[in-house]
Write a protein that binds this ligand. Structure first.
Ligand code: FEO
Length: 575
């Protein structure tokens, strides 16, 4: 029987702050949210920030997550009568910002919704009622009066195709929604203490913006044409005021480093069709773990010339199948032909269905790519039912497989290049042999580990170094639980051999392996010498590995007199 930890009540609070003349931030503080997207563990909760700008006309910028429905609407209506709101600016349509658009429009159906064209398509499906709309792109302006003239900047793929930024010329405030945000919940409205924010700012960039590094650079260039920016009003976490050049500069540096990397994968998907965007993101996340750059392209927004150039330079191509019929069918057919025409034999490819009910079949496209000589690095991902955690895990692992395949020469070179005294000396550091096992919902994973060490006495704790491109890395974020299985000297070969196998993406690592459930729900290997139930407390970034520190809650030894298997190495440049 798996023991479930008792959950504390969820803490949701509101904060309103005047951030500039006639400009109010309405911040929904979600103190305990512990997971955002499947891959995104939140150590410090998150916030959803919305803004009210009052000129002669009144604009609301974004709303909040639906879990804040009552709190948000009460706060908003205390600040202003909904009848006085003229515009609702939609920076981006994910439900954490647009979850209450329908409610706001119910309060005042005469509001004009302002956003990118692709955002309106999504809102039509969300709201299911006619509404007044104003489509905007870079350079368009909306004058609210009293100096509050808004200018819009298109920022597609940061991290969604519909993203726009809004600059108020009257207050020099740039409203950016996801961009420059972080999942960090605190009463502090602004970014006073950078030391507290550094890790969350970077994690957020890595998960959401890093896969679209070139789009980030394009958006930064467009932002550069704006006058002075004194406040960046983000949609998540603190607003930026004290460290704007530093924090914007980090986006530039990280994105330039990403974009410079020699290896790029072009990943095509169809926004707002089936689960294409989320599946694409999971694959992109898996690829990005291997330090390969991903360029995500929404079929709906793609330009044939840019697609041709991108595919031509890309080392890998991933395609999410678009619908066979509908408004975009002829456009996507033409783009698929463009992709095929630009593909060449040195590339890798992978295909995935979107599960939209009208997907193009993967097989004709797969045959064509194989005829050209492009190498398939993961089998087609077929979506027969609503994706769940194991589907996203499969996508993540497929992405990592592609990245590792593309990096294969580099890895071989690294191993071959080292044979000096330093590496030989380093190789004399030995470790034990362990299998880490983890389970989260429907998803599970396992990994052979050797870089394991006891790391504290009070509480009892261990540290484990996990390569950044390992599938199990997603199961070892702060607060996650896993089991450390200790292998036995003289009796470790079968387990080691099994877990060293290269598993196809999404494969069940425990098929044919005898396990039983630990208190924390993770599998204990029946043939292990001992096991420890662990909970991740913190992670340190160590170049190409995460150093994961965990406290140990429960442990047991099956054979008191047996010894731990030891891993002796000759050189320290690989495992
Ligand atoms: Fe914060 Fe992409 O939603």
């Amino acid at each position: 029987m798996v023991a479930l930890a008792e959950k504390a009540p969820v803490r949701l609070t509101m904060q309103t702050v005047e951030i500039a003349p006639n400009t109010t931030a309405i911040r929904s503080l979600d103190w305990d949210r512990d997971r955002f997207d499947i891959e995104f563990a939140l150590e410090n909760g998150t916030t959803y920030n919305s803004f009210l700008i009052r000129g002669d006309k009144v604009a609301l910028v974004d709303t909040s997550h639906e879990k804040f429905r009552q709190l948000y609407l009460d706060t908003l209506t205390e600040l202003i009568s909904p009848a006085e709101i003229d515009y609702l600016v939609i920076s981006h349509t994910e439900p954490d910002h647009s979850g209450l658009v329908k409610d706001v429009l119910q309060l005042n159906p005469h509001i004009t919704v302002v956003g990118a064209k692709v955002a309106m398509q999504f809102l039509d499906d969300l709201v299911h009622q006619p509404f007044k709309r104003m489509l905007v792109k870079s350079g368009d302006r909306l004058d609210l009066g009293q100096g509050h003239e808004l200018e819009f900047v298109s920022a597609p793929n940061l991290h969604w195709p519909d993203t726009i930024l809004t600059y108020d010329h009257g207050t020099h405030t740039l409203f950016t929604c996801d961009v420059f945000g972080m999942h960090y919940c605190d009463d502090q409205t602004y970014d006073e203490d950078l030391a507290l924010l550094n890790a969350d700012y970077k994690t957020y960039y890595d998960c959401l913006m890093g896969p679209n590094a070139r789009s980030v650079l394009s958006a930064l260039k467009r932002m550069g044409d704006l006058p002075e920016i004194t406040t960046i009003a983000t949609g998540h976490g603190p607003l930026l005021r004290h460290h704007i050049p530093e924090l914007v500069g980090r986006y530039r540096d990280w994105s330039q480093a990403q974009a410079k990397a020699a290896t790029t994968v072009a990943l095509f998907y169809m926004s707002e069709y089936g689960c294409s965007d989320r599946l694409a993101q999971a694959i992109a996340h898996g690829i990005a773990k291997t330090d390969v750059v991903v360029e995500m392209v929404d079929f709906q927004m793609a330009d044939p010339q840019e697609v041709r150039e991108l595919v031509d330079m890309a080392a890998g191509v991933v395609i999410g199948m678009p619908p066979q019929s509908g408004t975009y069918a002829s456009h996507t057919q033409a783009l698929l032909s463009t992709i095929l025409a630009a593909s060449h034999a040195k590339q890798a490819f992978g295909l995935f269905e979107a599960g939209g009910g009208d997907d193009e079949s993967v097989y004709p496209l797969r045959n064509r790519l194989q005829e050209i000589g492009v190498t398939e690095v993961f089998p087609p991902i077929l979506i027969k039912e609503t994706p769940n955690e194991s589907t996203y895990q499969l996508c993540d692992e497929a992405g990592t497989d592609m990245g590792q395949w593309l990096n294969r020469d580099r890895s071989i070179k690294q191993i071959k290049s080292i044979d000096n005294d330093l590496e030989k000396a380093l190789g004399r550091i030995s470790g034990g042999l362990y299998i880490i096992t983890a389970k989260k919902g429907e998803a599970s994973s396992a990994m052979l580990a050797s870089w394991v060490s006891q790391a504290s006495l009070e509480p009892l704790g261990v540290s484990i170094a996990v390569a950044k491109d390992r599938a199990i890395e997603s199961f070892m974020h702060v607060g996650d639980r896993f089991v450390l299985n200790v292998l036995e000297e003289g009796n470790y070969q079968p387990l080691m051999k099994h877990f060293l196998k290269r598993f196809p993406p999404g494969a069940d690592r425990f098929a044919e392996i005898k396990t039983y459930a630990a208190n924390n729900g993770c599998p204990i290997l029946a043939d292990a010498l001992a096991y420890l139930e662990c909970e991740v407390v913190s992670r340190m970034e160590g170049s190409d590995h995460w150093i994961v520190y965990s406290k140990v809650d429960v442990g047991r030894v099956s054979k008191p007199d047996a010894l731990t298997a030891i891993h002796h190495r000759k050189v320290g440049n690989h495992y």
